[in-house]
Design a binder for this molecule. Structure first.
Ligand code: UDP
Length: 340
């Protein structure tokens, strides 16, 4: 049987595909390539389709014996979501409805979902626990919460079991340096910092230094993308053993300020990386740190690459090997298995 990975050509999706292949799982990918990269997945069964195309989705389910779905395909930029709520509701919420509908029709009853710390909004407690209040402060987080709730009701009605994984700040790359983070435009802190030693920008701007944190800059919980990938696999194994649906935070439980992240990047790259303070970015909570005790206790997850230095070193390795991202690395011909 096969595992269908939606959005498998994206950043976290492609690392999860890689991890699943390393576990000898049979993987099928669907991705509309709106932000993913065809070259990020070197597999035979790749479909360039949109999950909202239910007929195409149904054909994929019928062609392959799909056991479970790992669902990444979604829009995921906080700032953009505030300007384009229609697109976010349409791709994320309606997309989830289409996917669950096709799963129901094909009797597929397991889904692992890519959720986010943005479902919590401004946290009431640090570290954040799964039972804490969810009160998103942006459209992106609101759509992910709506998707979680949809799965809850589809479980009631159709017995589709789910695990929702609420990621904190994903970073890093596969150790090979063959796949990594390549967003256009890039908005995330670590790849933006690394653009300085790569010669693509002359400095990094720090958005606010007057928060009530150790040095005034925002504190986040950075988690290695391969540790996220392994959590998806453990979640699938958990559902395979007939456990009930569940929600888990995924973070390291350590917070690093923007200044601390820049300092570690200076050490890793051996570059001075000039930094300048700018005004705060709208909607940024001061501190986001996960409690991942539940994931550790229930699915036996433990992050392997939990030092910020290792996370940044792996990201740096990818960027040094692929300064232009995926565009430069492979020619089209080198990709096996044409899309259908
Ligand atoms: N940040 C920054 N400069 C940048 C990009 C991000 O100071 O050029 C800060 C941002 O305000 C936040 C932290 O870095 O406090 C992490 O931001 P990112 O966008 O990577 O992730 P988020 O926490 O928003 O999911």
């Amino acid at each position: 049987m096969s595992i269908l990975i939606t959005g498998g050509a994206g950043y976290i999706g492609s690392h999860t595909v890689r991890y699943f292949l390393e576990q000898n799982e049979d993987v099928v990918v669907i991705d509309n390539l709106q932000s993913g990269h065809r070259n990020a997945v070197n597999i035979e069964h790749f479909y360039e389709n949109d999950i909202r195309d239910q007929e195409a989705l149904d054909r994929i389910f019928k062609r392959h014996d799909i056991e479970a779905v790992i669902h990444f395909a979604a829009n995921s930029l906080v700032g953009e979501s505030m300007k384009k709520p229609f697109e976010y509701y349409h791709n994320n919420v309606y997309g989830m409805m289409c996917l669950l509908n096709v799963m129901k029709d094909n009797n597929v009853n397991k889904i692992v979902f890519s959720s986010t710390a943005a479902t919590y909004g401004e946290p009431m407690n640090i570290p954040i626990q799964e039972e804490d209040e969810t009160n998103p402060t942006n459209t992106y987080g609101e759509t992910k919460l709506a998707m979680e709730k949809m799965m809850k009701w589809f479980e009631q009605g159709y017995d589709i079991k789910y695990v929702s994984l609420r990621y904190f700040n994903a970073a890093g790359a596969h150790r090979s340096g063959a796949i990594g983070e390549d967003h256009n435009p890039e908005t995330h802190l670590i790849p933006l910092i690394l653009q300085v030693p790569l010669g693509k920008r002359d400095r990094i701007y720090m958005f606010g230094d007057d928060y009530s944190t150790i040095d005034g800059t925002c504190v986040r919980d950075y988690i290695h993308v391969m540790d996220l990938a392994s959590a998806h696999y453990l979640s699938l194994e958990y559902l395979r053993s007939n456990h009930s649906s569940n929600i888990f935070n995924l973070g390291n439980g350590n917070g690093y300020s923007v200044k601390e992240v820049i300092d570690v990047a200076r050490k890793v790259t051996n570059h001075t990386i000039p930094a300048e303070v700018k005004e705060r970015r709208a909607g940024d909570p001061a501190v986001l740190i996960a409690s991942s005790e539940k994931a550790k206790n229930v699915i036996g997850w433990s992050p392997k690459f939990d030092s910020l230095e290792k996370i940044i070193a792996d990201a740096w390795n990818w960027h040094v090997n692929n300064p232009e991202g995926y565009t430069q690395k492979f020619s089209k011909e080198s990709v096996r298995g044409a899309s259908t």
